[in-house]
Design a protein around this ligand. Structure first.
Ligand code: I22
Ligand code: ZN
Length: 197
């Protein structure tokens, strides 16, 4: 197989993953957007976290809320917990890497806020602990996962929302997660500020 064939294979696999996911995930994405809108209308904020590519996704989401997505509208309160190197390194150094998000949530999270927790495996220890910390703060959790949902699936509360991509490959799951994030941004803007068509 030459290199261009490999590229086309990646594109086709990504398209297939998205088509399959769209059928399964639409109701969960709708619900998650409504949970986020409810939190924002009630003066809550959205905290987000994840590792590696999912850290980038957490930041991608918070910047599109805080700055803008595709239209002019007021800034919305969102904060990625993945960006403060001093906080992250000191918690990992003094305590444990598994606490880098949970400690921030215990400090910054309030009842009515939402945690967007992102993990393709559902097994990252720091994301699992972040969800437990969010529950301690009476926050609802929206979890973007993949595979079998991992440990995260078993600790979510009845009023949380899991958006689980039906795929086994990390890259494909991440590609669907980014699309889900853009859907959430669009649905939030649409519900808060009306149609832009
Ligand atoms: O982006 C990638 C792979 O595409 C990696 O950086 C990946 O995000 C990292 O290995 C993460 O640590 C995986 O964590 P998780 O998705 O299982 O929670
Ligand atoms: Zn974007």
């Amino acid at each position: 197989m030459d290199l261009q064939d490999r590229i086309i294979q990646h594109f086709n696999a990504s398209i297939d993953a998205k088509v399959q996911a769209s059928e399964v995930l639409s109701p969960y994405i709708e619900l998650a957007s409504q949970m986020m809108v409810q939190a924002l209308v009630n003066d809550g904020k959205i905290l987000s976290c994840g590792n590696g590519g999912s850290a980038a996704d957490a930041q991608h989401f918070s910047s599109e809320l805080l700055n803008r997505f595709e239209r002019e509208r007021p800034s919305l309160p969102a904060l990625a917990l993945t960006t403060d190197a001093s906080t992250l390194t000191s918690i990992a150094n003094d305590y444990d890497y598994s606490e880098v998000f949970s400690k921030q949530i215990l400090a910054l999270g309030h009842p009515g806020d939402i945690l967007l927790a992102i993990s393709t495996s559902g097994n990252s220890a720091n994301v699992v602990r972040a969800i437990k910390a969010a529950h301690e703060r009476d926050m609802q959790v929206i979890a973007l996962t993949g595979r079998d949902g991992g440990s995260i699936a078993s600790i979510l509360a009845a009023d949380d929302c899991e958006i689980r991509v039906p795929h086994k490959i990390t890259a494909r799951i991440q590609e669907v997660h980014l699309l889900v994030i853009h859907c959430l941004c669009d649905l939030i803007d649409h519900q808060l500020f009306g149609s832009n068509e």
